[in-house]
Design a protein around this ligand. Sequence first.
Ligand code: ADP
Ligand code: MG
Length: 684
Amino acid sequence: MNLLKKDIIFSDVNKLKGVGKQLSKYLKNKKIEKVKDILLNLPYSETDRSRIINLNKLEIGKIQTIRVIVKKLNFPRIRNLPNKIICENESGKIEIVYFNSREGYLRKIFPINKWVVISGKISFFNKKYQITNPDYVTHLDKEEYVRQIIPKYSLTKGINEKKYRLISDQVINNLPDVQEWYESHFLKKNNFLNWKENIVTLHKTKDSQNNSSRTYKRLVFDEIFANFLVLSENRKKIKKNKKNKFFKSIISKKILENLPFKLTKSQKNVLEEINLDLKSNTKMFRIVQGDVGSGKTIVSLLSIANVVENKQQCALMAPTEILAKQHFDLAKKIFINTKIKINFLTGKTEVKKRKKIINDLENGKLDFIIGTHSLFQKKINFKNLGLAIIDEQHKFGVKQRSELAKKGGNNCDLLLMSATPIPRTMMMSLYGDMDISKITEKPAKRKKIITLSKPEKKINELWSFIKKQININNQVFWVCPLIKESSFLDYSSAKKKFDIINKRFPNKVGLIHGALDKIEKEKVLNKFLNKEIFILVSTTVIEVGIDFPNANLIIIENANKFGLAQLHQLRGRVGRGDKQGLCILLFKEGLSQNAIKRIKILKESDDGFYIAEEDMRLRGFGDIIGYQQSGIKNFRFADPVVHEDLFVLAEKYIKSIDINVNESKYAFLLKLFDKAEIINQDID
Ligand code: ADP
Ligand code: MG
């Protein structure tokens, strides 16, 4: 057979021999659409058909291979009775059983008194060994094809091993050489095989069953590297945008003096990094990472002050109306003695006001606009937008981010803020296209939240405690467990809890859950903010970012259903004022060792980054809520916990080489992992 052409690797599987419409459909169910998907569909085990087993040494239930003489074919004329072929050799006798098989076909493959090789699962019935519907029957001249250790792939209806082998052999045995995309010294140093040899070995040996074999590791590395290539390319494209603005950093003393507190060292450092970006002649594309309560808002407002002093406009976007409103109120307070003109725009802003705001933005009468998504409508044009800030947007993927970078034109700097702590090794995979600033400390006076755990059956001990809290004007969050992914079940469990609590504290309780629409949600949250209610029962929908300075107690039911990072985020809702915050984790009886470990970590640490890393170690990466949408789950082979070292290695390597992503060797790699389209997308 000829070697496959390179471009066949990226065409549809139906380009292969023997793959028609029906089979394509079955393969598609296994996510095998292109020829290259066959390469990436690794065997999970193997079947040893290589050894010929004596008939007196057969093992029932095992797949084995025998070499026998066909003695007799038996075709009963009664319906539903199977056809039987009696075979034997010097070591014994065996029956081969067929349901629903044509006589002519069986006579052809089982010629009387001839030797055949048969491979299939051994059973024992009526004191006789049997093989029912064997996987392979062949004459001796072709036995080599059967007598092998054959890789086992996860297959579906319509495709059996024999059929799949015909397809995968065409690909794996005929791979073309491809130009290596790594430097040879790098391959050598890491004991990596070249690409072709590597992928063939993965299919033909047990290596694919061991995620730290050197071949599996090279595949993982390829995947990580492809991912990093995309990000670094995205970054290069963004950095190509030259800004044309004159900038002096002049945070006004007036504003700093007006702050009710001193900035932390970390806040100052981040501000300095932002200032350098603002001054530079390339576009800022930066994310500020800081744990809940680390004080990101003030950093963003001070950067804005800076830009406005330089006669440019700014926009601050928040994911919810309430959060935007809180930012607006804070901005008004902080900018009170300045000339900065601020306004507020959301989907709810009434038409007349909206028109005026849109006008003012176009004329440059407004310096600073705060709002929700509505800020990014097409209708809205700025006179000279210099800085756009997006709060709490850790969920944006690479593609959306490059879209964002386009908004506001070349002269507009872009700053994102996120409270989702990302383990260190994951930074590059998530934000490799951006510059990253970290706020690593919390305001000094902030008290560490006290975290306690309690068995659920002692829930009654809580009521008097809650009563005391309410009497001293403290507010309480009550988080109900997430029940699978059903918002209805979530709702009903939260509703039940609401009824129970509402009976004890009539008119003091509110309920918020995923099925409420945005407006209803905000209504309840506002009631809580305005202290019309004191206990807020909720599913996990409590919005990130909102400051509830008066909430000091959070109770989390069935806490083992949550990841550490998520528990940490939840408890970050309380203790934001000057009172002591308290978090009570309720558990069902009989905690596992793992659960005990997790509580211990939470009790001991309030460092979101540390907690995120521990969470990842304890639970594996897949479950960590908040990362799911981030795109990082798109890794098919790489596991951030198991392959941590490869992530680190990839980061080092990509920084050490000079890459022109348009080289064809990279195109091959990117196509292999479906990344080529992202990179071709033009963003300037
Ligand atoms: P996040 O980083 O979660 O967005 P915020 O910006 O909402 O945090 O700040 C949380 C609280 O901390 C706010 O009430 C804010 O006024 C306060 N804060 C911010 N910086 C400081 C500081 N340097 N010292 C004291 N309090 C601060
Ligand atoms: Mg915030």
